[in-house]
Design a protein around this ligand. Structure first.
Ligand code: HEM
Length: 476
């Protein structure tokens, strides 16, 4: 929402609720709590007036004034912000269980079947079972390895599409990266992809599927006023709830078909049935009489949506940011190419097993995730060298870098996300010479971001590319 619209909305809220404020403030004795420092909250809106279009930047600014632990009030809810390694350790390690829940959002309620998945579900027995299912069944190293051929194939399709491009064509890189990631997640989770034109037995057209996903990503990350000020929820001031309900209907129809297809195969194959994709695994778990808390059909659909929300935009946007940073800083791009030529050579592609031999590419991915984290925190400055020779990993052993979160709520898909980003970036750099469109200077490349569930570029990256390897390599 535009800042001006926000101001109008808040003014409206303040005026129409004046009476309620008076009732609320009418002489109730208050207990003095020992709270962290923070800006004085307004009635009703709390500190929402201090949160701009890029909330993580506003919060960072405030933390400069109030220190590494501060209290904010976002609407009706008190929020504690921690912003140092020590404080992150204290919250996400020592006190992890206390902070492992999530606020109940409209997206979790209206899109994801009343918090029936993992992403939006509050901490408790249901989430613990969901988390266990992820660790023990859905994201095991063996299962992820069994999907490596899917990741390879989809990356090769992308490289092939880019190779076919005319040398002067300007492309919007995100569109291509997004198709690859949608296909990887669709094939791993649903067992097939839905982006192929003219596919006979497809339930939705590629355009419709893409539209549904775009709406899913957008609505999963919106700042819905009713989430901060629950008693205003029924007004649906921004119209998001209406859109969420409509989207849920569309996805429900789509996922019902997907589940029916999976159930049919399960029934027809009987004893010899082997789970291939994550929906298969979820349906097997739903049929398991020994499961502590019963999983219904809605839960299976909710998990599926969570994997779409968690797994697609995160990798796409990280890759787009990495390419943007490299095009902005040609000396870093040149160093990456030098590493690829020296280690991989010009007659082969990079595979997941090769990544440990490409420490500079690994460092670029870490630096991109530090600068443009899916859950944003840190202050920007692009210098991959900071990670060279240091054993800082991305999976929360070091609280300096937490692109996947930390503690109990840490991303269960981090391994897929990391593999996809590293190997795709390595091969995109290896396979092509990348340039900004004619006439655009690196220093003029706009690096503004916008705030969603993740932080995409404000202006999608446009590029021109040329193959840089012998032509037969592109047909391997
Ligand atoms: C570059 C790729 C990725 C990044 C940067 C990323 C980042 C994150 C972050 C920051 C969180 C929140 C952690 C917290 O609350 O402490 C998260 C949660 C989650 N992610 Fe990822 N993720 C990525 C890829 C994936 C993939 C590929 C999947 C699944 C296919 C996935 C599924 C999830 C789920 C289900 C959650 C919710 C976990 C819970 O609430 O218990 N993510 N991710």
């Amino acid at each position: 929402m535009e800042p001006s619209t926000l101001i109008i909305t808040y003014t409206f809220i303040i005026l129409t609720t004046l009476t309620l404020i008076i009732i609320k403030l009418s002489g109730k004795p208050r207990r003095k709590l020992n709270l962290p420092p923070g800006p004085k909250p307004w009635p009703i809106i709390g500190n929402l007036n201090l949160i701009g279009a890029l909330p993580h930047r506003s919060i960072h600014q405030l933390s400069q004034t109030y220190g590494p632990i501060m209290q904010l009030k976002l609407g009706s809810f008190p929020v504690v912000v921690v912003s140092s390694v020590e404080m992150a350790k204290a919250v996400l390690n020592t006190q992890d269980v206390t902070f492992a829940s999530r606020p109940k959002t409209a997206a979790g309620k209206h899109i994801t079947y009343n918090y029936s998945g993992i992403l939006w579900s509050p901490y408790g027995p249901y989430w613990r079972q969901a988390h266990k299912m992820c660790i023990m069944e859905l994201f095991t190293p063996k299962r992820l390895e069994s999907y490596e051929y899917i990741r390879n194939q989809e990356l090769k399709y992308l490289i092939h599409d880019l190779y076919e491009m005319k040398p002067t064509t300007v492309i919007t890189l995100k569109d291509y990266l997004s198709i690859m990631n949608v296909n990887i997640i669709s094939r791993m989770v649903l067992g097939r992809k839905f982006t192929d034109e003219g596919s006979e037995n497809s339930i939705v057209s590629p355009e419709e599927f893409k539209k549904m996903l775009d709406e899913l990503f957008l609505l999963s990350g919106v700042l819905n006023i009713g989430d901060s000020i629950p008693w205003l929820d029924f007004l649906d001031l921004q119209g998001y709830i209406k859109r969420m309900k409509k989207l849920r209907k569309k996805f429900d129809w789509f996922l019902e078909h997907v589940l029916d297809e999976h159930n049919e195969r399960m029934t027809s194959e009987g004893e010899s049935f082997v789970a291939k994709d994550m929906v298969d695994v979820l349906l097997q778990l739903a049929a398991d009489p020994n499961l502590e808390i019963k999983l219904g059909r809605d839960s299976v659909k909710a998990f599926t949506l969570d994997f779409f929300v968690g797994g697609i935009d995160s990798s796409t946007l990280t890759l787009e940011w990495a390419m943007s940073e490299l095009l902005k800083q040609p000396q870093i791009l040149a160093k990456a190419i030098e590493e690829l030529d020296r280690v991989t050579g010009k007659n082969q592609w990079v595979y997941e097993k090769d990544i440990p031999n490409l420490p500079y590419i690994e460092a670029i991915v870490k630096e991109t995730m530090r600068m443009h984290p899916v859950a944003p925190t840190f202050v920007p400055r692009f210098r991959p060298e900071r990670f060279i020779g240091k054993a800082i990993d991305v999976i929360s052993n070091h609280f300096e870098l937490l692109p996947f979160g930390a503690g109990r709520r840490m991303c269960p898909g981090y391994s897929i996300g990391l593999k996809v980003v590293q190997v795709s970036l390595a091969n995109l750099l290896h396979g092509f010479k990348w340039m900004l469109p004619h006439g655009m200077k690196a220093e003029n490349l706009n690096m503004d971001e916008i705030f969603r569930l993740s932080t995409p570029r404000k202006v999608p990256l446009e590029v021109v590319l040329e193959p840089r390897l012998p032509s037969h390599i592109y047909f391997l």
